[in-house]
Design a protein around this ligand. Structure first.
Ligand code: ZN
Ligand code: ZN
Length: 345
């Protein structure tokens, strides 16, 4: 069977006609298969939703109990038949519960990666290479300039700054689903055992991670804490809050931002970030190319970011490759729920 008869891009997202479902649809559909909880992938309003338990729980936390008509949980490694195809979920290493979806029809296997990273992350199951005929890869950091380095080194930089400026507060901008919890876990691994403070918008998801057995140490809501008591402390907040009047509650704050984009100095400067931390939940250029090679796929579809260089790289290696025309996905930050109502949090 031709791969494009199994999965094809349509305005609602990636459509599997023989299976009767869409993967990460951007418009309401009858049956959705969802890779992970970030809001560019997991949207409310579908009929039936199939995803990991964690992804379903996160959708419920974000959108309320009626986010879909029906839901069904699937575990990593579990196989299920939908219409004329078999699907199987595999860990994507991106955030808690994130999955790659393998779709097999007759003897052709296509793996839709969703967002993924091959770097170590104490808060989620490690990425698994899934051999396949066609690999659909994301390309958020699909340029050779993007090499993330070791996240542990970035966290050491943050702790060095805290030690250097004990009279100042450290305010770390991080996406509220995944990045914030990873930064906290990395701080604990680095030996930082003081309480870590949370912006109100971080609380629900962070406590959910804890309920799934991710140890994050002592956490406190920053709301109501006296300004002077925040000297020498670390607070995690959504990126938008770190450039807000909200920061006035902190004594002379050092503003940090944990993101793969912090490799681009101009971005950090534009946002007024004093301490850029290159910590990404997406694979960097080396991770993307190593993963593509490891899958053994003869054909690669590239989407979700900067496609051209990666398509070129695949072709230069003798692989069939094309950009996949999907819209509505991208930087999680642009899809973060508004925090305006959390201004006092
Ligand atoms: Zn994501
Ligand atoms: Zn995404």
């Amino acid at each position: 069977m031709r791969p494009q008869d199994i999965l094809m891009p349509v305005p609602a997202g990636l459509c599997c006609k023989p299976g009767g479902f869409h993967i990460d649809p951007v418009r309401p559909v009858e049956r959705a298969v969802i890779t992970h909880g970030h809001s560019d992938h997991a949207r409310p309003g579908h009929g039936a939703v199939l995803a990991t338990q964690e992804t379903l729980d996160m959708m419920r936390l974000r959108y309320g109990d009626n986010f879909a008509r029906t839901t069904q949980a699937i575990r990593y490694g579990e196989e299920m038949t939908l219409g004329d195809v078999r699907i199987k979920f595999h860990p994507a290493g991106h955030v808690l519960g994130s999955a790659q979806v393998a779709v097999t029809c007759e003897d052709t296997c296509i793996v839709a990666s969703g967002d993924y990273k091959d770097a170590k992350d104490p808060t989620c199951t490690p990425f698994e290479v899934v051999p396949c005929d066609v690999f659909i890869t994301e390309a958020t950091f699909g340029l050779p300039v993007f090499r993330h380095g070791d996240a542990a080194d970035e966290v050491r930089k943050l702790l060095a700054s805290v030690a250097l400026f004990p009279e100042r507060a450290h305010l770390v901008g991080a996406y509220s689903l995944g990045k914030a919890q990873r930064v906290i876990a990395l701080l604990r691994e680095a030996g930082h055992d003081a309480p870590i403070y949370l912006h109100g918008a971080m609380e629900k998801i962070t406590y959910y991670y804890e309920s799934r057995g991710i140890a994050l140490g002592e956490l406190r809501a920053v709301k109501g804490v006296k300004k002077a008591d925040l000297a020498g402390t670390i607070t995690l907040a959504p990126p938008s809050a770190t450039s807000d009047v909200w920061t006035r509650r902190f004594p002379d704050p050092v503003t940090a931002f944990a993101s793969g984009w912090m490799r681009v100095r101009a971005r950090a400067r534009q946002r007024g970030i004093e301490l850029p931390l290159v910590i990404s939940d997406h694979a960097d250029w080396d991770g993307l190319t190593a993963t593509i090679a490891a899958t053994g796929a003869g054909e690669v579809w590239v989407t979700h970011g900067q496609e051209d260089a990666l398509v070129h790289w695949c072709k230069s290696r003798g692989l069939a490759a094309q950009p996949l025309d999907l819209v509505g996905y991208g930087d999680e930050e642009e899809h973060e729920p508004a925090v305006a109502d959390e201004a006092e949090a």
